[in-house]
Design a protein around this ligand. Structure first.
Ligand code: NDP
Length: 298
């Protein structure tokens, strides 16, 4: 098998390319920068898919939560285009390909589920109520095109990805390590999350399982709040979790709209993911936090 991975240089992408390599895949990355085992987005548009590709996966996207970047219209456009346009380019390349591509796997987020008392599953289509939810819906739309020509399309909606060396854990690690960590805002908001190894395994599972198509929630079965996750992480590190980050600080750093990503959250269950037969290696926050702390110590 040969996977083409957009954004394969990022936090999730680099872990995924290693994972697929270990499992017998040839991997080509699509990046803005040329390099070995890589093609650029421009080359993809010009020349189409490299020969032999069987699976196309998109993980590209400008990081939203960069505290040094102001939430300006220009930055928002960059956040939008880096997701929707890359997915659309891949979809177009699959459509134009003379060979049959087995699967197209697009990784988006759970922001299309509006925070409320409800528990959401993949049966919920989601609704556009703010920038991030509209983005997720448009991103999934852009991924749908190849299904018209018989390519299996899997739309993975992922929660916060938990793993060493990137994402949320990277910003949490040192404050917690020095005993200064704690929940964000009230801490009562749900925190849908998944361990990075489970996400990589779910992507491989989706690529290889002919019966899988449509939306899959990539969130651990255990639904926890931000406070419960913070307490667990501190406990795995053998530190206290005392200092909550006040809501107004989060809003001052990120602005109201982006702060909602940290201060609010929906309760999300991986119903279809489990029904398809996927087994989580890290189903609980304890299992995931213990692994992250153990691997960070090595
Ligand atoms: P990273 O920021 O680590 O990496 C994403 C990659 O996207 C980069 O390596 C980069 O590749 C590419 N990229 C960045 N900006 C642009 C741009 N303006 N145009 C085109 N490509 C760009 O992200 P993650 O690995 O953490 O996340 C991957 C995807 O998963 C993203 O779409 C993200 O929204 C989504 N996701 C991540 C979550 C998380 O907790 N990490 C949670 C939910 C969803 P290069 O420099 O090689 O071009």
């Amino acid at each position: 098998r040969h996977a083409l991975v957009g954004g394969g240089t990022g936090f999730i992408g680099s872990r995924l390319t290693k994972h697929l390599g270990k499992n017998g895949y040839e991997v080509t990355v699509v990046s803005r920068m040329p390099g070995p085992q890589r093609i650029t987005w421009h080359e993809l548009a010009e020349k189409g898919l490299p020969s032999g590709v069987t699976t196309v996966i998109n993980l590209a996207g400008q990081n939203v939560l960069v505290p040094t970047r102001r939430w300006t219209p220009g930055f928002k456009q960059n956040v939008w285009n880096s997701r929707v346009n890359t997915t659309a380019s891949m979809a177009k390349a699959i459509q134009r390909s003379e060979r049959n591509i087995e699967s197209f796997i697009n990784i988006s987020g759970v922001s299309l589920y509006k925070p409320s008392e409800r528990v959401y599953t993949e049966d919920d289509k989601g609704e556009g109520y703010d920038f991030m939810s509209n983005l997720c819906l448009e991103w999934e739309n852009a991924a749908s095109l190849p299904s018209e020509s018989g390519c299996r399309v899997v739309k993975i909606r992922t929660g916060v990805v938990v793993g060493r060396g990137g994402g949320m854990i990277q910003s949490m690690y040192y404050p917690f390590f020095f005993g200064l960590g704690g929940p964000i805002g009230s801490g009562k908001q749900p925190l849908p999350w998944i361990h990075i190894d489970d996400l990589c395994r779910l992507i491989q599972f989706s690529a290889e399982n002919e019966k899988v198509s449509g939306a899959l929630n990539a969130v651990a079965p255990e639904v926890v709040t931000n406070e419960q996750f913070s307490k667990q992480f501190a406990c795995s590190l053998r530190r206290p979790s005392l200092f909550a980050v006040p809501e107004f600080v989060v809003k001052a750093i990120f602005g109201e709209e982006r702060a909602a990503l940290l201060l609010l959250g929906a309760k999300v269950k991986p119903k279809r993911t489990l029904d398809c037969g996927f087994e989580f290696k890290y189903p609980t926050a304890k299992a995931a936090c213990d692994e992250v702390v153990k691997s960070s110590a090595n």
